[in-house]
Design a protein around this ligand. Structure first.
Ligand code: KG4
Ligand code: ZN
Length: 331
């Protein structure tokens, strides 16, 4: 089954061709440089850029694979959650393409696709515990099968990636700051006393990160008022440690409590080097297998859309052409 995956939910325009769940090739146009000028994603600009690049990227991908549009069996697209305008451009493009080349049309949940990304490279068996950490989400799921994921807990305010980006901004880093914070933190020393670990001891699987971010802001202000300039690398390391201590303890704790022997890591923050190290260490201690995708498959990409579409299609899923984009689509 030859499936074209399309991803345009935020600021990456991406297309990929997946054959029977295996990635053949992918193209991506990132808008990061454009939005960096504004310190965050500007929705109207994002939609326009998707519109500008989708057609060209599609032609490029078909040429590279020596395929014709009529070779495609399924055209799948991310239908939410995400920015409404960006999603609409992708969904309209996918519908027109499916109609024009006689392929089936399939709408995919972006979060579901993130969770299945590890499956592109691993023989992943279910049930497993899923940790999705991205710019918009920090969710723990019970993954019962490739098509059934149940939310066990989530952030009540900022997502982990959002907190990384906001603290990156406080420390003067470019947007998005997550990856830069990861690198900066590696040069610093974490001081566990500086920032709180909210919800660490709660008996649920919810998170809250906005307090840690405010803690960083208050610490910077009070240090400067006292005439001291904090070392940005130490602040980044201390912030990162506070966030990751909570994420790792709750995720591994949930897997142990629920007798799950597999953890699936997904989303942009899943490429954080310290998070991977910490999870690897804790999982090894408890005999849990840890699955995570290559960093390129952690951030928004179209291979994960094609992969999720393959499993959805195999389970009988197909969408009507009146399917809508849904900016707050839950999973
Ligand atoms: O999954 P993603 O590409 O988009 C959403 O669906 O949100 O995640 C993007 C988020 C951004 O907040 C970005 O700063 C963060 O993932 N991120 C990282 C790292 N790489 C990307 N955060 C921490 N460490 C990283 N290495
Ligand atoms: Zn995403």
């Amino acid at each position: 089954m030859l499936c074209l995956g399309i991803e345009s939910s935020c600021d990456e325009t991406a297309l990929a061709v997946v054959r029977d769940g295996v990635l053949l090739d992918a193209v991506l146009a990132s808008q990061a440089d454009i939005h960096a000028l504004f310190g965050g994603v500007v929705p109207e600009l994002a939609s326009r850029e998707h519109y500008r690049y989708l057609g060209t990227l599609f032609d490029q991908l078909m040429q590279r694979l020596d395929l014709r549009p009529s070779d495609l069996d399924v055209v799948a697209v991310s239908r939410g959650p995400g920015l409404l305008g960006s999603l609409l451009v992708g969904v309209a493009f996918a519908k027109a393409l499916a109609l024009g080349c006689g392929a089936r049309f399939l709408g995919v949940n972006h979060l579901h696709a993130h969770l299945l990304a590890a499956r592109l490279e691993n023989e992943l068996r279910f049930p497993a515990l899923g940790l999705l950490v991205s710019g918009g989400h920090t969710h723990i799921y019970r993954m019962e099968s490739p098509s059934r994921c149940i939310v066990l807990g989530k952030t009540l305010d900022d997502a982990a990636g959002e907190a990384f980006d906001k603290v990156g901004k406080i420390l003067g880093l470019a947007y998005p700051g997550g990856k830069l914070m990861d690198a900066l933190a590696r040069q610093g020393r974490a001081d566990a006393r500086l920032f709180p670990r909210p919800y660490l001891d709660n008996d649920n699987l919810d998170f809250s990160f906005s307090g840690i971010k405010t803690g960083v802001l208050n610490y910077m202000n009070s240090e400067r008022q006292a005439g001291r300039e904090p070392n940005p690398a130490d602040v980044a390391a201390s912030f990162q440690a506070a966030v990751l201590d909570v994420i790792v303890a709750k995720t591994v704790g949930a897997a142990v409590d629920m007798n799950k022997d597999k953890i699936v890591l997904a989303g942009g923050v899943a490429s954080n080097s310290r998070l991977r190290e910490m999870l690897q260490t804790e999982c090894k201690k408890h005999g849990i297998a840890l699955y995570y995708p290559d960093p390129i498959l952690c951030t928004d990409n179209a291979a994960m859309i094609g992969c999720a579409a393959y499993y959805k299609y195999k389970a009988g899923g197909i969408s009507d052409l009146d399917l809508d984009a849904v900016p707050d689509l839950p999973l």
